[in-house]
Design a protein around this ligand. Structure first.
Ligand SMILES: NC(=O)c1ccc[n+]([C@@H]2O[C@H](COP(=O)([O-])OP(=O)(O)OC[C@H]3O[C@@H](n4cnc5c(N)ncnc54)[C@H](O)[C@@H]3O)[C@@H](O)[C@H]2O)c1
Length: 342
């Protein structure tokens, strides 16, 4: 690796633009070498817009020695095949969420990354927001007392046109699920990050208002290993759609985060003077692209730091699979109408 880490982007659709812009914001540490797409013309168009190279194929990109890290921006069900190839080519990987959509895929990716000694960081950009980091500190230093409830509500709006905009959206085989696996995974990841592992789950999933193969609405009741209880609600079918809300309630205090903003901080005898409640700035509640590039940039910077120091990134491959494992258990509960123990 040279002074700057060389990047390549695989898959030149909606989220790839955020990856390119995140990298352009790290000019001293990172350089975007080029892009590839299963459709060469998409790579050419994207590369021309960004002033980088279009590789003819993913394999050609993986053979490029200037590239240290590839970011995977393909539809979710294709992440695993691309990641295994990249790992076998010795490339480090930043993979969009969900890291994969089946247990078999997760295991294949993990095996390939371990065998080749490459790092994989799964995108969970919401963890890098100020509100989430402050909540994490409060949980870790015991400010909330005993955690009693940890809940996340994701009442979003995605139109039928959104689902129709690409053949893979809303399909079991490639999206892997609906409101929870695609849009809701960010909230599931935050819940696990802040409230810890889940012991058991019971869920109801429905397709109420969109013409898709997967759920557009889901409610789950959780028991955490800590004994706390929790609720996950995810839908893409309500008007107008609201920002993701995450509540942490303990015997000594409560915190609410909307998207990445701290909107409630009610802690007894709290000595902190620096708490400023925020308004919700970015919300993809009704507009899929209304996300901030800053948090992707922070995650990319964290990966570059980890590569430079030989340490772990905040979200490594094992962290990346935690929300997917929980979501798969939630789907199993909904399908089999029973409590699933994890
Ligand atoms: N982190 C976030 O907030 C966020 C937001 C949006 C999307 N995403 C994730 O990003 C991924 C892509 O979503 P999108 O909305 O950009 O999709 P998209 O359909 O807009 O773009 C996908 C691109 O990948 C290309 N492609 C398909 N298969 C490929 C393959 N095998 N090799 C190379 N290229 C291939 C397609 O031609 C297309 O250009 C999904 O996993 C999605 O969940 C994450």
């Amino acid at each position: 690796m040279g002074n700057k880490v060389g990047f390549g982007i695989i898959g030149c659709g909606v989220i790839a633009d955020f990856h390119a812009n995140a990298l352009f914001g790290l000019p001293d540490d990172a350089v975007l070498i080029g892009v590839a797409d299963a459709r060469y013309e998409s790579a050419v168009r994207f590369a021309a817009a960004k002033g980088v190279r279009a590789f003819a194929t993913v394999d050609e990109m993986l053979a490029c020695k200037e590239i240290d890290v590839v970011t995977i921006c393909t539809p979710s069900g294709f992440h695993a095949d691309v990641a295994v190839k990249a790992a076998n080519a010795g490339k480090h990987i930043i993979c969009e969420k969900p890291m994969a959509i089946t247990t078999e895929q997760l295991e294949r990716m993990t095996e390939a990354c371990e065998r080749n000694g490459v790092l994989l960081s799964s995108i969970a950009q919401a963890r890098f927001t100020d509100g989430v980091q402050m909540a994490k500190q409060a949980v870790e230093n015991g400010s909330l007392g005993r955690l009693v409830c940890a809940d996340v509500y994701m009442k979003f709006n995605r139109t039928q046109e959104y689902y129709n905009s690409s053949a893979w959206r809303g399909t079991k085989a490639v999206d892997g699920g609906g409101a929870l696996m695609n849009q809701g995974i960010h909230g599931v990841d935050l819940l696990l990050y802040l409230a810890g592992d889940v012991k058991s789950v019971y869920a109801v999933a429905k397709t109420l208002a969109r013409d898709i193969e997967v759920e557009d609405t889901l409610s789950a009741v959780l028991e955490f290993k800590s004994g706390a209880t929790g609720v996950i609600q995810a839908t893409t079918s309500v008007y107008p759609g609201y920002p993701r809300r995450l509540d942490l309630n303990g015997t000594n205090g409560s915190i609410t985060i909307e998207e990445g903003s701290l909107v409630k901080w009610d802690i007894q005898n709290d000595a902190r003077q620096d708490i400023v409640l925020q308004s919700t700035q970015y919300s993809s509640a009704s507009v899929p692209t209304a996300i901030s590039v800053d948090n992707h940039r922070k995650q990319f910077a964290d990966v570059i730091r980890a590569l430079g120091t030989g340490t772990k990134p905040l979200i490594d491959i094992y962290e990346g699979r935690r929300p997917v494992d929980l979501i798969l258990a939630i789907y199993k509960s909904a399908e089999e109408h029973r409590v699933i123990d994890l």
